[in-house]
Design a protein around this ligand. Structure first.
Ligand SMILES: NC(=O)C1=CN([C@@H]2O[C@H](COP(=O)(O)OP(=O)(O)OC[C@H]3O[C@@H](n4cnc5c(N)ncnc54)[C@H](OP(=O)(O)O)[C@@H]3O)[C@@H](O)[C@H]2O)[C@@H](O)CC1
Ligand SMILES: [K+]
Length: 495
């Protein structure tokens, strides 16, 4: 159930279901019933104000109103727009409601909670005028709002606010989530999202062919191998993380520790000579190798047993570090390029993309918005998934566009949107740990997109596990807890 559907794809799902013999009003009845259940759970007593819009989102509202009334609740229905223009399935729902319907107006009537059925998938322009005033009054009321499909004003496709938007405590959506439920700011405005089965058969997805998913286990668990009894450390890959100079070594050690936790059989920090002592004094399970320059790094990465490398955390931005990235790109190992290893290419991003296109092993790029803008200056506006998708295609690499709503995009067009990262994960060194987890997964042979999506998910889960107040150092032990939990059901006997 991780597929994400655009509003247009959702309309297609609806049509295919109806063509397949499920009447539209039956879908609407189930949708409205799910909304009524959410109201019962969130607002168990008191009067419910149902705000209906002129389309099918309003139709779901009429169904919910009728069901709540049948359950003995006091319900007051407001309709925004001309009742004579309510048509189609919404008309049937309106007629079945049959109770008093007041023109939407201010002030709002007294109520214990509100159903927002003003606009859903059909919102196609900014909310203005009376509708905007009603949205403002709903938000000012601080009453619990249950949104139908999406909070009115939130674009289901992009999560952007169109003019103004309702702030809901819960949203009930249907069949599959939409990108707007996961992308910011939509995600915060949705509150808790419930997915309701309204009778659309999953088989309609075959014809729709979704290319976007909510990031979750089903996307990558298959390609993540639990170490079997016959496994030994060399079969789980060897990852190399390149350290910066004397004053910038911590980031590489954070990444290296995370790569080892993520399951790489061996991890080596490749250290410039001046930083060997400081690295040596902090490393135990992670190994240390002396790296004198690009030839030395190239030799290390061409060893045959090394399967993945990470460059960027604490690397530095001088020409010397640029030659290290060149050497890594020329080596036959999977690569994670992060932070400085991205910024180094800001004057010639196409040279990076050409070097990636010329290699076989996968590359993961992990920019935050600032680094992304340096590599893809023409892709700074528009919906995040589309920007990441275009960047991945251009770079021939998996692109992890980081943020509260990190998007992972593959060169073949697949996109995953991540939503498990807690706010406190945005802390110094956190990105280094993410790069390390991804490197650890790549080292074990996971493909680029799967390794990146899994890394982002585990990073978020580890952040949640570590809890508020975490520093990047806390992520590594938390990652262990999360990994243990994941493997337990797979039959691995845990002590
Ligand atoms: N698809 C499915 O499987 C199922 C879908 N279902 C439900 O249907 C919903 C989609 O219904 P929908 O397509 O009728 O669109 P909806 O959100 O009601 O809005 C359209 C109306 O709003 C108007 N309007 C738009 N923007 C506006 C603005 N800024 N300011 C003012 N007006 C604006 C627009 O007016 P017009 O452009 O015609 O002037 C039109 O009248 C979906 O979210 C879900 O809840 C369920 O029943 C179960 C099955
Ligand atoms: K709505």
């Amino acid at each position: 159930m991780l597929e994400l559907l655009t509003t247009a794809q959702m309309a297609t799902a609806d049509h295919l279901a109806i063509e397949g013999g499920v009447p539209g009003i039956r879908l609407m009845e189930k949708a409205g019933a799910a909304v009524a259940r959410a109201v019962t759970a969130r607002v168990p007593e008191g009067r419910v104000l149902v705000l209906c819009g002129p389309g099918n989102n309003g139709g779901d509202g009429f169904v919910a109103a009728r069901r709540l009334r049948a359950a003995g609740r006091e319900v007051i229905v407001h309709l925004l727009g001309d009742p004579a223009r309510v048509s189609g399935d919404a008309r049937i729902a309106f007629d079945r409601w049959g109770g008093p319907t007041h023109p939407a107006d201010l002030p709002l009537p007294e109520a214990a909670g509100i159903v927002d059925a003003l606009f859903g998938a059909g919102l196609d322009r900014p909310i203005e005028g009376l509708a905007a005033k009603i949205v403002a009054a709903v938000n000012a009321s601080r009453l619990p709002v249950i949104a139908v499909d999406v909070p009115s004003g939130v674009s289901g496709n992009t999560g952007e606010v169109m003019g103004t938007a309702i702030e809901a405590v819960a949203s009930v959506t249907f069949f599959r989530l939409k990108p707007g439920h996961l992308l910011c700011p939509g995600r915060e405005l949705c509150g808790e999202v419930t997915l309701a089965d309204i009778g659309i058969p999953a088989s309609v997805l075959d014809a729709i062919g979704p290319r976007s998913w909510r990031n979750g286990r089903a996307l990558w668990a298959e390609s993540m191998r639990a170490p079997g009894a016959g496994s030994h450390k060399y079969r789980r890959g060897h990852a190399v993380v390149v350290s910066g100079g004397l004053a910038r070594t911590g980031a590489a050690r954070l990444a290296a520790g995370a790569a080892l936790r993520a399951g790489a059989g061996l991890v080596t920090v490749a250290s410039p000579p001046d930083a060997l002592v400081v690295n040596a004094s902090h490393l135990t399970a992670v190994m240390l190798g002396r790296m004198d320059g690009p030839e030395s790094l190239g030799a290390m990465l061409s060893d045959g047993r090394v399967t993945a490398a990470a460059l960027g955390p604490g690397l530095g931005l001088s020409a010397a570090e640029g030659t290290l990235v060149d050497a890594a790109l020329a080596a036959p190992v999977a690569l994670v390029l992060d932070a400085d290893a991205l910024t180094l290419w800001q004057d010639a991003p196409d040279a990076l993309f050409d070097a990636i296109a010329a290699r076989e092993a996968p590359v993961i790029l992990t920019p935050h918005e600032g680094e992304f803008a340096r590599l893809f200056p023409d892709l700074t506006t528009g919906p995040k998934p589309e920007r990441a998708r275009a960047a991945a295609a251009r770079a021939a690499a998996t692109v992890v566009l980081k943020g509260a709503d990190t998007v992972i995009a593959a060169p073949d067009g697949r996109v995953a949107i991540n939503d498990n990262a807690p706010a406190w994960l945005a802390t110094a060194g956190s990105g280094d740990v993410l790069a390390g987890i991804a490197t650890g997964f790549l080292a074990q042979g996971m493909p680029g997109f799967e390794a990146a999506a899994a890394a982002v998910w585990f990073h978020g889960a580890a952040g949640t596990e570590a809890g508020p107040g975490l520093t990047a150092e806390d992520l590594e032990p938390a990652l262990r807890t999360v990994l243990r939990r994941l493997w337990a059901p797979a039959g691995l006997v845990l002590p």
